[in-house]
Design a binder for this molecule. Sequence first.
Ligand SMILES: NC(=O)c1ccc[n+]([C@@H]2O[C@H](COP(=O)([O-])OP(=O)(O)OC[C@H]3O[C@@H](n4cnc5c(N)ncnc54)[C@H](OP(=O)(O)O)[C@@H]3O)[C@@H](O)[C@H]2O)c1
Length: 286
Amino acid sequence: MKKTTIAAGAISAIAAALAILAKSKEKTVERNTLRAARFRQPRRVLIVGATSAIAQEAAKEFAADGDKLFLVARNADKLQVVANDLSVRGAAQMETAVLDVNDTDRHAEVLARAADSLGGLDVALIAHGTLSDQPACEKDVSLTLREMQTNFLSVVSLLTLLANRFEAQRHGTIAVISSVAGDRGRKSNYVYGAAKAGVTAFLSGLRGRLDAAGVRVITIKPGMVDTPMTAHLEKGALFASAEAVGKGVYRAIVSGQEVVYLPWFWWVIMTVLRHVPESIFKKLSF
Ligand SMILES: NC(=O)c1ccc[n+]([C@@H]2O[C@H](COP(=O)([O-])OP(=O)(O)OC[C@H]3O[C@@H](n4cnc5c(N)ncnc54)[C@H](OP(=O)(O)O)[C@@H]3O)[C@@H](O)[C@H]2O)c1
């Protein structure tokens, strides 16, 4: 048998074994979480960008655990539909606020309202985002800056306020949906990628700062996910469902992970991509 055939066989066997291990770990975390849910106080969970398809799937898991939710989104009608659905699914308390995240002057007021109405915050998930139109951004500075505002600066504003609140209370979990796009800038997507790289770097520093206060900071890096954000893209084998990724977000929050690729195989893909020499990377078409 040729060496390349043996190597290919070994790689697929390792990948299959890793997939089985990951699945059994997910099941254990789900079982433990369900068991723990019966004996604990409801979590007080804030979700910004709560109408996002991924956030909705994560929120369904918190609702099923009987947690208290404060949902923030910019579209009042969509927000109401999501809130009604999560109430039916078991949320112990349901509060909402309408906010365009680019209205940063209102961030402090909305976060204070969330904490007041839930009696404090245990978990904050930031999920909003827009997939930038790269060719349009290249021709329009103001559009590029708006994308940076939505995907990076609004997150920085929310995180700065949340960090101070969580640091003072000395507990809690802050999770943000960044992206694998932030791991390396690609020519087809570098405006969005740069904003997410900023988010990832900010979270990395914040994790270090808040560790002493016992506050967990989680960076979630999905690969390609089938949601309204990617509705215009052709779906290939690497696309995951919003449900699978949303459940992964929930698992990361309840299980104590810090940097999470969803699905997990994106860690392998991005590790390889990060090591491709610049002279080759710049010629790749994606
Ligand atoms: N889908 C993917 O392939 C993928 C991959 C990696 C990372 N992500 C990240 O995952 C997160 C969730 O995205 P998704 O895939 O679930 O897409 P989605 O369903 O389109 O959700 C995006 C959400 O962001 C909200 N949003 C956008 N601009 C806003 C603003 N100015 N103020 C308030 N809310 C705003 C949208 O609100 P409206 O409903 O009002 O539009 C929507 O709820 C994002 O951070 C995204 O960057 C997605």
